[in-house]
Structures are given as C-alpha cells and as structure tokens.
Design a protein around this ligand. Structure first.
Ligand code: SF4
Length: 337
C-alpha cells in the first residue's frame, strides 16, 4: 500500500476502508435507525466508508416488481440523509449502476462450491418463511453477490451483528479461494462486531416490515402515537397497581433508548405498581416523537428537492465505480483474461 503524506510530507494515517450495504425496502423504521444507520453515521467519521444501496439484492424477493425497487431506493436514501449520513464524508452508491459488480459476481460464482451456499443457515429458513418461489439461482447465490459487494470496493472492515458473522466468514472463504488460485488480489475483510440492539416492534417481535410491526421514521406524530397506543406490554401487568417487568416490555425498550435519563425511575414505578401502561405509552410516544422531530423535518426538506437523491447516487456511484473498475482490472489481469 502506498504511504500517504500531507502537503508538509508528514505521514497521514491510513483510514481503513469500511464497506456496508442495505437492501432497499422503502421507508426505514426505528429499528434501522438504532441498528445499522447510527453505526453507518458513526463510522463515516473514522473510516473511508462505502455505503451501497443494494438494489440487485432486492431483486431476490422482488424479481417480478422491479419498478417498486426504484421507489424504495429513493425513500431509503432520503432516510439515510435525513438521519445524518453525509455524502461528503462517505460514498453512497447504487449497486445496479456498477456493472463491474455483476461481472465479478459471475467470476466468483464459478469458483464457489455449491455446498458452501447450500449450508448457509438462512437459505432454507428464508425459503420456508417466504415460500418456495424464492428458490432461485439468484437467491442461492446471494452470498456470492454479497462477497463481491465487499471485495470489489476492497472493503477492509465490515460492520456486522453477531448473527451475520457466518455470512462474512463465507465471504472470507470465497475470497481466500480466489486468492489461492490467482494470488493475493482481493482483500480479506475483517468483521467489526457492532452491538446492534434487537429492536422490538409493536407486537414485541423483532421490528420488521414483514411482520407489519414497524414504526417508520417518516411517520407523522399522530401515526406514531396511534401505533404506540396498540403496543404490546408486559402481559402480567393488567392494572396499574400490578407489578410489571420493564426489562421484557417493548415500551420500556423505547423509554431507555429515547428517554434514558428517566429510565430508572420509570422501571421502578412500573415494578412497584405506581405507573400504568396507558400513561407510560403516552410518555414514551412523546419522547420518541421529540427525538424523531428533527429527522422528520430534515426529511421533508430533502424530499422537496426532487433531484437530490438521484444526484447523491450519481456522484457516489461515479466514485465507487472507479474503485470497482480497478479491482476488476486487477482480477482479470491476475486470471490472465
Ligand atoms: S408500565 Fe410501562 S414498562 Fe411497565 S409494563 Fe406498562 S408499558 Fe411496560
């Protein structure tokens, strides 16, 4: 690697390249904010970050609704920007506009043993949940495309939750296999384990659009309040005077996240039967709305600029494509093709 120096010749520390992506599913929810999005924003202060809008990945489940994906991309990028991701501090790009990604995916798929893909735990699980129509070539090959996303940008570090570690390990295996045949061309990425909280949805299960239990970042205050009112709580607490268990209650999760200074007192009052769920929900909705208000205001202002998302993606994709083209040229040269 070439050592970097500033104008005075002093060495500049290498900012490690961080790669992460998100599949566009439209408007993001609070779980995305507390999980990936806050990590993306924090990392863009410390590394050279490449953030991919993974629209080809979206085709694994929406292969018959391509036009929906374009609308989903716009909504997701608006949420990224409104939450504080700054395109001047990181590269935000659209996966499908970089044809080098698709080419490298074909190359790496040739040397990835089928058995490696079939053993991915989520493969069978997801087909059981979402239906056999998903059993496509592309869905099985999803981990190869994910590997390419990282490898083509020469991602050195990848933020992952504990549950995604096996996927990253598979990517490392595929990259090692390529390097074994053709020399050390591709970078083996290291995981950056992030302590992503499991954000509960309104029904107490993990917040997810597929469970229809999400609170969207772009929702109105009224919509948020209405959703919080129906939120699952500790089933043992029927009356205000019943002792509750805040540690298992989704409402309390949000109190801790968005009203942390009062969390201990809320927990104490819940446990000792001095706080009722109706009152607590109203209080939590107030704090959640207050925390999201600046993001929602920014989002409305950004959405009023019809070409903004397109421009951000065009500039980021131009930068990312330069890196991708160089990686693919190195791969082709190493392979003698
Ligand atoms: S009082 Fe609050 S924390 Fe306790 S069970 Fe009800 S909603 Fe949950």
């Amino acid at each position: 690697m070439v050592a970097l120096a500033d104008a005075a010749g002093k060495p500049v520390p290498h900012r490690r390249r961080i790669m992460a992506g998100m599949r566009p599913t439209g408007k993001l929810h609070v779980g995305h904010l507390l999980g990936a999005l806050r990590t993306f924003i924090a990392l863009s202060e410390e590394g050279e970050c490449f953030y991919e809008v993974a629209d080809l990945h979206a085709l694994t489940t929406k292969f018959d609704r391509g036009a929906e994906i374009a609308a989903d991309v716009r909504e997701m990028v608006l949420d990224w920007l409104a939450a504080g991701l700054d395109p001047q501090r990181c590269t935000i790009y659209l996966q499908s506009r970089i044809p080098e990604i698709s080419e490298l995916a074909i190359i790496l798929s040739m040397l990835t043993p089928l058995s490696w893909l079939e053993r991915v735990p989520t493969y069978k699980e997801q087909i059981e949940i979402l239906g056999p129509h998903l059993a496509t070539h592309g869905f099985l090959g999803y981990p190869v495309l994910q590997t390419v996303d990282i490898a083509i940008m020469r991602g050195e570090r990848v933020p992952v939750g504990q549950d995604q570690l096996p996927h990253l390990e598979l990517s490392r295996e595929i990259i090692r296999r390529f390097n074994h045949f053709y020399g050390p061309v591709l970078v083996e990425p290291e995981p950056m384990l992030s302590q992503t909280p499991l954000v509960p949805g309104t029904d107490g299960r993990k917040m997810s659009k597929s469970y229809d239990n999400s609170i969207l970042l772009a929702e109105s205050e009224e919509e948020t309040r209405a959703k919080v009112t129906t939120m699952f709580t500790d089933p043992a607490k029927i009356h205000k005077t019943d002792p509750g268990h805040p540690e298992t209650c989704p409402v309390f999760f949000f109190q801790r996240a968005f009203n942390p200074s009062a969390a201990d007192e809320i927990a104490q009052r819940c446990r000792t039967g001095r706080l009722g769920c109706v009152e607590d929900k109203a209080d939590m909705a107030r704090h959640l709305n207050a925390a999201l208000a600046p993001l929602r205001e920014r989002r409305a202002a950004l959405a009023a600029q019809p070409r903004l998302v397109e421009e951000v993606l065009a500039e980021g994709t131009r930068r990312a494509r330069t890196v991708a083209a160089q990686t693919l040229a190195d791969v082709r040269a190493a392979m003698g093709m």
